[in-house]
Design a protein. Structure first.
Length: 412
């Protein structure tokens, strides 16, 4: 029977204190960039121009840099570039080698170790690409890649083969060919703009693409997948939100992995998007020493709701080459989901999925709540481990008469 995780967390003062501290909102501040004017600091273009991209900068800003991180920063030039905006860099705890922010964006030497089962394209996107920059893996929707650039480069990136161009993938979207394919494929009703990060495009270029897609009669709604609200909240300007609201129904999926990423600046940017009528969802990746903890994950999903963002997916980390040091087990993921369901509102419980290696698509992975389904009943358990029976024939038809041997459950 599963442990009542809500009670155990409540009974552990250290867990409770950690949980409450993680749910607080704090500004990132300027940190090492205290001399920068407010006008520059709040300009997303200044943030991009002044990203931390070189080892010399890391050594100056992060005195506790480890040998593994130093080697990783050197090797990143030929694998996946390093780039961290000053705003996001300020969230790093320089005293903690396993800081959850640090592990996500600072390269490590372990990235060069590749297991036989790891892949450069774990989701099989290239094999489902009818034209360059377009992935058509599901019947009614396509992934529209608009750029290979991001504000920062996640070290577990599924598209590390192409983003930043450090590995020489030489990605060049062909917007006209991408749009032409969508126009000619009537089964497509949903287009997801991603990359790289679509919100790195200028307002004008993004508006042009959205206008072209919205003009296609069989496109019902549009989506943008972005980590910009987390890495670069300065980009979420009133002007951007005013432009985006012209293309409803438009959904935005953000990507936050740890509650410390949800600062007061991020919350303000997300509220601007929500006020523009944009439904917001969050996609997290389960990562070792980042969010593979029920306490951290529960704080994250509850804090997301406070930002008006619905937790949408938790992904098992893809089998991207060089990511073993960041992956945690599926068993651990199931344990975390077990300790969310029933212990927080259903709005806060995301779907745990594995993107099937090789291009099989998202496969839901859930704790086992159906214990058996025999000739006249479905035996189920709830989040507390209590057993219940639902009368139903094995073929799914309702029973004409209630079974006579079903006993009332005993509650502890």
């Amino acid at each position: 029977m599963p442990q009542d995780s809500a009670s155990s967390m409540a009974d552990d003062p250290a867990d409770r204190q950690l949980f409450e501290s993680l749910k607080e909102f704090h500004p990132a501040g300027k940190g090492c960039w205290s001399g920068v004017s407010d006008a520059d600091w709040n300009d997303w273009r200044w943030q991009l121009k002044n990203r931390v991209t070189r080892l010399e900068q890391l050594e100056k800003l992060l005195p506790t840099l480890t040998a593994e991180e130093r080697a990783g920063a050197i090797l990143a030039r030929s694998k996946l570039a390093m780039a961290v905006p000053p705003y996001y860099f300020n969230l790093i705890d320089s005293a903690d080698e396993n800081c959850p922010i640090r592990r996500q964006v600072i390269p490590r030497a372990e990235e060069t170790t590749t297991a036989p089962w790891e892949m450069s394209d774990p989701c099989g996107e290239d094999s489902h690409s009818p034209v360059p920059g377009l992935v058509h893996r599901y019947p009614d929707r396509v992934l529209f890649l608009v750029t290979d650039r991001c504000a920062a480069y996640c070290r577990y990136c599924t598209r590390s083969r192409m983003v930043s161009n450090a590995a020489g993938y030489d990605f060049h979207p062909e917007f006209e060919r991408q749009i032409e394919y969508i126009e000619q494929t009537n089964s497509i009703r949903d287009v997801l703009l991603s990359g790289g990060d679509a919100l790195l495009l200028s307002d004008d270029k993004l508006e042009y693409l959205l206008s072209r897609l919205r003009a296609i009669k069989h496109i019902e709604f549009l989506r943008i997948g972005t980590r910009i609200p987390i890495f670069l909240p300065q980009r979420i300007t009133p002007a951007l939100c005013e432009m985006l609201k012209k293309f409803h129904p438009l959904f935005v999926s953000i990507h936050a992995n740890h509650p410390r990423e949800l600062t007061t600046e991020v919350r303000a940017g997300l509220e601007r998007m929500a006020d523009a009528g944009i439904p917001l969802g969050n996609q997290s990746v389960l990562l070792k020493h980042v969010n593979d903890s029920p306490v951290i994950m529960k704080a994250l999903v509850q804090k997301l709701l406070m930002c008006r963002v619905r937790p949408y997916y938790v992904y098992q980390c893809d089998l991207i080459a060089g990511s073993a040091h960041l992956r945690t087990s599926v068993r651990r993921g199931l344990e975390i989901m077990e300790q969310l369901r029933g212990h927080t509102t259903g709005y806060a419980v995301p779907q745990y999925v594995i993107d099937a290696p090789g291009g099989g698509g998202k496969v839901p992975v859930n704790p086992q709540y159906v214990l058996s389904h025999n000739h006249d009943r479905v035996v189920i358990r709830n989040f507390e481990g209590k057993i219940f029976e639902y009368p139903e024939k094995a073929d799914g038809t309702p029973l004409c008469a209630a079974p006579t041997d079903i006993e009332e459950p005993e509650f502890a």
